[in-house]
Write a protein that binds this ligand. Structure first.
Ligand code: SAM
Length: 397
């Protein structure tokens, strides 16, 4: 296995995280632990993962050749073979352990300062934006039953009145697990969509914007800066997420109207938005919910409006081995809908929701945040030696 000599690719340190009024504060040892986890995760992906390819080519394929059997064709067939390989067992176990370590350090970081964070989450006086909670909201099973990416309690557990714990853990967790490459405020998905809109639709100036599944607002806030004349709304089914997102946005001086809602069936009137978005949300839903969310986008859009959903890449155009790599999350990182979503034909989903096929958008867009660092990753085994790309699925009306 080669050792990387390019130190420019090292994860951005935890001390470079974008600060705001409700961010959990790390002491020296906690920051050092987070830096260890980011470095470990980077190492596991860029230096340990390539051993899988070597094992596949030098052990698995020759086994098939010896017996004259056709080689594995699908990612599932590849996985079944690879699960017997020490290289896979080693990589997969290290990756899962790193993920679990991250969730454990996030728990510790937040638990010791929760009384203070709860105080900070209460926004007093005149606010720029707003917060609307719905304690009667029925949380869909695909959300309530899953501790996504191994976060204990998922997005919904509330241990105390008006809790924000899941959001306070999630916020720095995204920064660490993406090694800082999403930007100081983890704004990469929003910034990439804005860059795409500016380049491909320069005259498009939405007056009302909705971000669905906003979590803590990482992707939401960039729209306030890109479209200062627009009214920005953001929804999430999780109360802790929208409470935290509201306090975060207020402390950062951005005006966003947050509400706790299910993106499948919102309470906004028909044709009330020019731009409806989601970022890294669809893979955490279900086949039925996805169809409902796309239908809801269609209902909410005004003539001339646009729906955009940013996600990891679909399987189209990937070879089976690459699909096997991307699919690790489905079985090992509590992301049960991940692989199914990436197999789906999303243009068909949009058409079924009432969008015209000719107005469907499916494009790969380069990540525009920390692009300097991402470019140096090419050639180091991460993302199969390609620059990082976002998959953008959407449609115009
Ligand atoms: C991975 S996080 C999204 C991250 C965020 N959009 C960003 O770009 O940083 C997924 C979020 O989507 C929310 N979510 C998933 N399905 C939803 C639904 N049907 N309605 C509302 N929120 C949903 C979850 O509660 C969670 O907070």
């Amino acid at each position: 296995m080669t050792q990387s000599s390019n130190t420019a690719t090292a994860p951005r340190g935890f001390r470079n995280i974008g600060q705001h009024g409700i961010m959990a504060q790390a002491n020296h040892d906690e920051a050092a632990r987070e830096d260890f986890i980011a470095a470990m995760y980077y190492h596991v992906q860029s230096e340990v993962f390539p051993g899988n390819k070597i094992a596949y080519e030098t052990r698995v394929l020759p086994r098939f050749a010896k017996t004259n059997k056709p080689p594995p064709r699908t990612r599932h067939e590849i996985r079944r073979e690879m699960e017997r390989e020490p290289a896979f067992q080693w990589w997969s176990s290290l990756r899962r352990t790193t993920q679990e370590m991250k969730q454990a350090t996030g728990e510790e970081l937040v638990a010791r300062q929760i009384p203070e964070l709860l105080k900070k989450s209460k926004v007093h006086g005149k606010t720029k934006g707003s917060l609307k909670l719905d304690p009667s909201l029925a949380i869909p099973r695909y959300l309530s039953k899953v501790d996504f990416h191994c976060q204990p309690g998922g997005y919904f557990s509330e241990r105390t009145k008006d809790d924000i714990t899941p959001a306070a853990i999630y916020d720095p967790g995204v920064y660490v697990l993406t090694k800082g490459f999403m930007g100081p405020y983890c704004e990469a998905a929003g910034a990439t969509a804005i860059n795409y809109l500016g380049r491909e639709f320069p005259g498009f100036r939405p007056r009302k914007i909705l971000d669905m599944g906003c979590s803590v607002g990482h992707s939401t806030l960039p729209y306030c800066d890109a479209f200062p004349e627009a009214e920005v709304h953001a929804i999430d089914a999780s109360a802790p997420m929208v409470r935290y997102a509201h306090a975060r946005a207020e402390s950062m001086g951005r005006t966003v109207h947050f509400s706790q809602q299910n993106a499948e069936f919102t309470d906004f009137p028909d044709k009330s938005f020019d731009l409806v978005l989601s970022h890294i949300v669809l893979h955490e839903t279900s086949r039925t919910a996805l169809a409902n969310i796309v239908k809801e986008c269609k209902r909410l859009l005004r003539p001339g409006g646009m729906m955009l959903h940013l996600e990891q890449r679909q399987h189209y155009g990937m070879d089976a081995f690459e699909q096997f790599y991307y699919d690790w999350d489905t079985l090992n990182n509590n992301e049960p809908f991940w692989g199914t979503l990436h197999d789906m034909n999303l243009a068909d989903v949009a058409v079924a929701a009432g969008f015209e096929r000719g107005k469907v958008i499916e494009t790969l867009q380069p990540n525009v945040v920390a692009a300097d660092m991402l470019d140096t990753l090419i050639g180091e085994g991460q993302d199969f030696k390609r620059t990082a790309l976002w998959f953008v699925f959407g449609a115009r009306v």
